[in-house]
Design a protein around this ligand. Structure first.
Ligand SMILES: Nc1ncnc2c1ncn2[C@@H]1O[C@H](COP(=O)(O)OP(=O)(O)O)[C@@H](O)[C@H]1O
Ligand SMILES: [Mg+2]
Length: 258
């Protein structure tokens, strides 16, 4: 399908805001009347629980989706948010890495399964590693978004991430590009926050999104209730930031696809 936007949120560091961003950008894009699919590709299943699923509700997961044992549509569940669907993760996903290693075309499993799906946006929540599941996500995507936490060592690991990105782009997916970098858990009142912002701007230039995601307790609370920030506290700073960021993503893509 033309102009299908498949975006991986990737950073092999854990705790930088990948899952929080996937959930809240997903909800926000659905509110902007897009048809959105979230794929939880992390065996920990934080995006799945953050959207409020109970284990009994899942018959087929992203493991089944990737391995191709069942029809793709059986793995896709609608959520209570109109326009937003999800493929849940289950713990057996960690076994997929091992099963894939010895498979032919092992980088292409996810891409093949996405081929006939019809969504405006597909957002992939990557696991905290640069293993085969992440490589499958990068192979299937047109874009990556890199969340970077405004903390000490924020840039650590990014050169390795960019090497993986380039390796996939140069060998198997020339269409892949970086859509942007999100600065997360940013506190503009601290010297540290602003030092990191400067570093990120120096390193990534215009790729950094204008919208920064503030450190916000409401964002941290929401997943424990299985809620998006819009359901938990829609007037919070976090909710407003993710709404602005989603508009910025939409605009950046409009501009690129002209
Ligand atoms: N902007 C934010 N402000 C406060 N807490 C946040 C924010 N973004 C994420 N968190 C919290 O930080 C932790 C890590 O975020 P998460 O999105 O799960 O990262 P990742 O998916 O990269 O591991 C979670 O407990 C989450 O609720
Ligand atoms: Mg996560």
């Amino acid at each position: 399908m033309l102009n299908k936007k498949i975006i991986s949120l990737v950073n092999q560091k854990g705790g930088v805001g990948k899952t929080t961003s996937v959930i809240n950008i997903g909800f926000s894009l659905a509110s902007l009347r897009h048809k959105v699919l979230i794929i939880d590709l992390d065996a920990q299943g934080n995006a799945s629980s953050g959207i409020g699923v109970t284990k009994q509700d899942i018959e087929y997961s992203s493991y089944d989706f990737i391995m191709g044992s069942v029809d793709v549509n059986k793995c896709i569940y609608s959520t209570r948010k109109e326009g937003l669907s999800i493929i849940y993760a289950s713990s057996n996903l960690s076994g997929a890495e091992i099963e894939l290693v010895n498979s032919k075309n092992r980088e292409f499993f996810l891409k093949e399964r996405l081929e006939n799906l019809n969504y405006d946006y597909i957002l992939i929540d990557c696991p905290p590693s640069l293993g085969l599941l992440t490589v499958n996500a990068l192979t299937a995507s047109n874009y990556i978004i890199i969340p970077v936490q405004a903390e000490y060592y924020a840039l650590e690991g990014l050169s390795q991430l960019l090497e993986t990105f380039k390796a996939v782009k140069n060998s198997i997916n020339p269409d892949l590009s970086i859509l942007g970098v999100i600065l997360t858990m940013y506190d503009k009142r601290t010297t540290l926050g602003n030092q990191i912002l400067d570093e990120i701007n120096k390193y990534f230039g215009d790729l950094t999104f204008n919208t920064k995601i503030p450190r916000n307790i409401r964002l941290a609370e929401a997943p424990s209730f299985g809620l998006s920030i819009y359901e938990h506290d829609k007037w919070s700073k976090g909710a407003r930031a993710y709404k602005a960021l989603s508009k910025e993503i939409e605009q950046r893509l409009d501009h690129l696809n002209k």
